[in-house]
Write a protein that binds this ligand. Structure first.
Ligand code: CDP
Length: 207
């Protein structure tokens, strides 16, 4: 049936790993909203637009990135090209918040997400608050900046201090859309493995 579960949280809190694990346990796809914001950003960067330029909307209309949700991992295609492997570059990390701050860009992303057929697990910042307030179960992941930087250091070339500073900076820039839903269960993942967080969420959902 049309069940939607939302997993929101701060940068590098483990949302995609956990969302993928929960989705696989439940036999449904997960949906990464962050990948769509990242695709908008790459589109803007490759079009030579300055950060957060509203003209990116014209590019989105002309060549819309398409999100493919799977339980194993999401992919994004643009005009026949698979963008996915380029979406976690440092320049995208640095540029994404300026695009995500534009209400018009947010409306475009929300429209893509709401067009997807449920059931699914939706992962991001405002899935439980703005996009799917009607979701059946909502979760919000946190962890200290140090723990998050340590987890992300396996996926980024920069040193730990630089990664931590960039995460904290991005949290600040994303603060407006990153409040937990009033009815979300907040989970501090600092002391938990990804599998423990997945098991906890699956147990809650099955209750
Ligand atoms: O995994 P990580 O937290 O590093 O990033 P992400 O979930 O891929 O999100 C990338 C960026 O997209 C965030 O820093 C936000 O600027 C934006 N975003 C957002 O504004 N709202 C969402 N629902 C998801 C992402």
């Amino acid at each position: 049936r049309g069940v939607i579960i939302t997993i929101d949280g701060v940068a590098a809190s483990g949302k995609s790993t956990v969302a993928s694990g929960v989705a696989r346990a439940l036999g449904v796809p997960y949906v990464s909203s962050g990948l769509l914001y990242r695709a908008v950003t790459l589109h803007g960067l490759e079009s030579g637009l300055p950060g957060g330029d509203l003209r990116v909307l014209e590019r989105l209309q002309a060549q819309p990135p398409r999100l493919e949700p799977h339980a194993e991992g999401n992919r994004v295609h643009l005009a026949g090209r698979d963008l996915t492997d380029d979406l976690h570059a440092t320049r995208v990390d640095e540029g994404v918040s300026a695009y995500a701050a534009l209400p018009e860009v947010r409306a475009w992303v929300d429209e893509q997400l709401r067009a997807l057929p449920a059931p699914f697990v939706a992962e991001g910042r405002d899935m439980g608050t703005n996009v799917f307030p009607q979701a059946q179960a909502k979760f919000y992941l946190t962890a200290s900046p140090r723990v998050r930087a340590e987890r992300r250091s396996a996926e980024r070339p920069e040193d730990l201090d630089a990664i931590e500073a960039a995460l904290v900076e991005r949290d600040t820039r994303d603060a407006a859309q990153s409040l937990p839903a009033a009815d979300a269960l907040v989970i501090d993942t600092g002391e938990l493995s990804a599998q423990e967080v997945i098991d906890l969420i699956v147990a809650q959902v099955r209750e």
